[in-house]
Ligand binder design. Structure first.
Ligand code: R5P
Length: 293
C-alpha cells in the first residue's frame, strides 16, 4: 500500500497561473503541438530560424554542392536551427539520432525538364508523423500555369497538418516569366497565409521588402536564391531580418560557397547575433582561412 499523501503547503494561492501569448506572429491561436513544433524551428529566444535548405534534388537531381549530402552537408548541421529536405534524403542519409527539427518537402512531381508548377502533394501526412518532423513544405505557384492546383494542394496539406499539429510552410515559387517585385510577393505571401500556411517562404526584394513582411500575418523566411558573392548574401540576410523576416531558409548561398562552414557561421551571426554584414563577412573569411591551414 502506498503511504497516504499528506496534503502539502504548496498551493501558491497568491500566484496567478501564467497564460502566455505565443511569441510568433499569427501563431497564438494554434494548438499546443503545432506551437511546440514551431518553437523547435524558431528559436524562442529571438523568434528566428536558420533553415538549411537541401531539398533541391526533388526536382533537379544532384545539384552542385549536394552531390554528397553525407560528406558535405551533414557536418554543417550543427550550425543550422532546422533542416529542410526530402523524406528520401532524411531516411537514407540523416542519422535518426539527429535532434534538429526537420521541415520535410511534401510536394513534387515535375522535374526541371517539365512545367514545374504542375506539382502534387507528394507524401502522406502519416509519413510526416512517422518521421517526427516539425513541419511540411509545399511549393505555391501564384501566377503559374497550375496556380489553382498548387494553391489547393497547399490548403489540403494545411488541413491534414492541422489534424495532427504539423505546421505547413508555403514556398512561393516564381516562374521565369514573373517579375520579382514587392507587389508580386505581397500577393503571393498573403494568399498563402490567408489560406492557412503557418510559415511563408519567399524571396528578398531590394525595395519594399518591409511591405511584404508587414502585410503577411505569419512569419516569413527568405530563400537565398541563386549563388551570389558571400558579402551580398550576408547583406541580403541582414536586410531581410532588419525588415521583418523571421529567418532564412537558405541553400545554394551556403552549400555552393567556397566555405560552406564559413557561410553557415556568418549567417548564424547575422540571424541570431545581430551581426552587421561586414562583421559576418569577416567571420566567414576567418573560418575559411582556418580551413585552408
Ligand atoms: C527550391 O528548390 C527549394 O524550396 C529550396 O529549398 C529553396 O529554393 C531555397 O534554396 P536556395 O536558398 O538555394 O534558393
Amino acid at each position: 500500500m502506498p503511504e497516504e499523501d499528506k496534503e502539502g503547503r504548496n498551493y501558491h494561492v497568491e500566484k496567478k497561473a501564467k497564460s502566455e501569448l505565443f511569441y510568433l506572429k499569427g501563431s497564438n491561436e494554434l494548438g499546443w503541438g503545432m506551437k511546440n513544433r514551431l518553437a523547435r524551428v524558431f528559436n524562442p529566444k529571438d523568434g528566428r530560424t536558420i533553415m538549411l535548405a537541401i531539398d533541391h534534388g526533388y526536382f533537379q537531381g544532384p545539384t552542385t554542392g549536394l552531390e554528397r549530402i553525407d560528406v558535405d552537408i551533414m557536418p554543417l548541421v550543427p550550425y543550422a536551427d532546422t533542416l529542410m529536405l526530402t523524406r528520401g534524403i532524411l531516411r537514407t542519409i540523416v542519422p535518426p539520432s539527429i535532434t534538429k527539427p526537420i521541415m520535410v518537402r511534401a510536394s513534387g512531381g515535375p522535374s526541371i525538364l517539365k512545367e514545374l508548377s504542375n506539382e502534387e502533394i507528394a507524401m502522406d501526412i502519416e509519413d510526416a508523423i512517422r518521421l517526427g518532423v516539425c513541419g511540411t513544405a509545399i511549393q505555391v505557384f501564384i501566377g503559374g500555369e497550375f496556380e489553382s492546383r498548387s494553391v489547393v494542394n497547399m490548403t489540403k496539406l494545411v488541413d491534414s497538418g492541422l489534424r495532427y499539429g504539423i505546421p505547413t510552410m508555403a514556398v512561393t515559387a516564381v516562374g521565369r516569366e514573373m517579375a520579382r517585385t514587392p507587389k508580386y510577393f505581397r500577393l503571393a505571401t498573403r494568399i498563402c497565409a490567408e489560406l492557412g500556411a503557418h510559415i511563408v517562404k519567399t524571396y528578398y526584394t531590394e525595395e519594399g521588402f518591409e511591405t511584404i513582411t508587414a502585410t503577411c500575418p505569419v512569419p516569413i523566411v527568405i530563400a537565398g536564391g541563386k549563388k551570389r558573392p558571400e558579402m551580398d548574401a550576408l547583406e541580403m540576410a541582414y536586410r531581410a531580418i532588419d525588415q521583418g523576416a523571421a529567418g532564412v531558409d537558405m541553400g545554394r548561398n551556403i552549400f555552393q560557397s567556397d566555405s560552406p562552414h564559413g557561410m553557415m557561421q556568418a549567417i548564424n551571426a547575422v540571424v541570431h547575433g545581430n551581426a552587421k554584414p561586414k562583421e559576418a563577412f569577416d567571420l566567414y573569411k576567418q573560418v575559411k582561412s582556418e580551413e585552408q591551414k
